[in-house]
Structure formats: structure tokens, C-alpha cells
Design a protein. Sequence first.
Length: 345
Amino acid sequence: MITFFSEQHALHAPEFEFFRGERVPCFESPARAVFVRQQLLARGHTLREPDADSRPVLAQVHTPRYLAFLERAWSDWMALDPANCARQPFPSVWPVRTLRSDVEPLNFTARLGLYSMDNGSPLCAGTWAAAKAGADAAVSAVGLLGAGERGVFCATRPPGHHAGADFMGGYCFLNNAAVAAQALRQQGCDRVAVLDVDYHHGNGTQSLFYDRSDVLFVSLHGDPRTEYPFYLGHADETGAGAGEGFNLNLPLPAGSPACAWFDALEVACARMARHGADALVVSLGLDTFAGDPISTFALKADDYSRLGQRLAKLAVPTVFVLEGGYAAAELGVNAVNVIEGFEQD
Ligand code: OKP
Ligand code: ZN
């Protein structure tokens, strides 16, 4: 399968994040993409540099002020103090209920809080460049589906599915899956489905399409009552307005076995088949893996081949977009198993 891969991913390499009050090395690391690239090449897949500019589609997914903030965030941070080149910015204050988010503060940290859902998404000098290359890959992949490809893989990082119209969060900055879905709509697909199989609910993607019937969002994930992102992803979120009935959440209890996960996948596939999508976007998180350090599902390497085979049965042109998966050394094998399972069928 043709894969879009950019070395720009490595420019996003913050040093630490907070975990249980301590500074720990980032789970979402450049090594993840290195392992995926290595496994793709070892198994004979073709890597291509993204060749599309996602800017017009980004403007349909994210707000102008969020994009402007993100693009300039590092230079604004540096302008405060030259010593900031060695410091990661984190938000410390957020406009929760009763506080205003319509007025953009001048203070950098206050703006960072306005545009963040958590303190778990560290920025560094190359964050914008890496995230932009990911969005470019998503649009490039859609172009290839238009040219007749059946499946295309975007081996991108940082991930995107927690990012909403005007906020970052959960290691995500630009919503690559939403960019792919929107680009497919622009390219003439009347109906698109987004299937999110990451362990964590794709709150950003859900929110971007919640009131729309043209893009169906279906997600399998750890129950948000105990799992990140906590504040979205419940089964009673079915869509709003014209989008009523076009959002399907299938939360599973933490610790669920693989058989329960595949049962939920059947429910997801039945809903997508009923949608009659012209194209499918898969938010391919691989943190459902038994060895994942921050998640509690139990899928094994062979289960990812089975996932790819099942998705191929939907018989719809498909863009796979890499999301999470933090057992870095196994990420390549698991990702390529999905891709090859899809091609096998
Ligand atoms: C991103 B994706 C460490 C806790 C974990 C949130 C998890 C983000 C997962 N501070 N932080 O969906 O794989
Ligand atoms: Zn995840």
C-alpha cells in the first residue's frame, strides 16, 4: 500500500510530559514513526513524501485564530524570553464554564490554555511543521483515492483525533482524520464514514462532525468514565440537528478482551454499511495493543491483520491515518499488519 511519510514528523520532539505529577519522557515520540517506517520498508511498501498543501482544508476544519496561534506559538513563546528555547510551554489556566473564550487574551499562557483541553500536549519548536506535514499527508492520500487507489496509509505523527476546531489536546494539534474526511467531501464524495479504533475516544473528530449527516463518526474506545478524554465518548452521544443518528460511540470497559472489541467492531461495520459511504477514513490508533503502556485493551499482533481484513470487506476506498500506539517497538508490526490484512482480502 502506498504510504505517505514525512521526515518532518521528527521536528515534533518535546522532551517530557506530566504523568501522575511527575515529568516523564513523552509516550508520543519520534521513535514511533521510525519503527513504522522501518517495518513498511522491510515488508516492501512504498513511501512517498506528502505532495499536497492542506491549508485550504485546514481552514474548513480549524478556526482561523487557532491556526494562527498554533503556527506562531513557538516564536511567541521565544519572544517572551530567549531562555524559553530550552523550556516547554504548558497551559496552567483554562476558560471553563462561566469564563469567556470569545476574547483572546494577550498573555501567552492564557492563550495556550484557551486553545488546549489538557496539559498533556507539550509544544516544541517543530510542532507546527510536523503537524502540518501530517495534514498534508491526509490531503495527499485523498488525492490518491480520487486517482483510483483502494487504500492509502498516512504514517504520520503527532496524532490528530483529540484536536477540535479550536483546541489541541491528547498529543494532537491538527485533526488529520477530519482533514481527510473534509477533503473527501470536497473531492465529491457525498457520504464519508470515519471509524476511530484508537483506545481513546476521538473527541475532536466527533465534535467537528456532530451536527452533520454527510460524515458518519463511529468510535470504539475505552469507557470515558474511567479513560481519557473523560468528558466525551459516551453511548448516548448520537449527533445533533441534521447530524442526529450520525454519531455512534461504542465504549468498552477498561480491560475488555479482544473478543468484546471485535464484537463491537461488527456493530460499527454494520452501521457504516448502512451509511453507504463513498469513502472511509480510519483513525488507526494501535494503543488497543496488549502491550500498550497507557491503555488496557488486549489485542495481539494477529488481531491487527484481522482488523484490516474486516475493513476491506466494507469494499470502500479507505484512508488509514495513524493515531496513537505507544508500545513503539511493536507499532510497526501492528500497523503494517492492518495494512496487509486490508490488501490481502
Ligand atoms: C492520545 B491518543 C499522561 C496521560 C495520558 C492522554 C492520552 C492521550 C492519548 N499524562 N494523556 O488518543 O492515543
Ligand atoms: Zn489513543
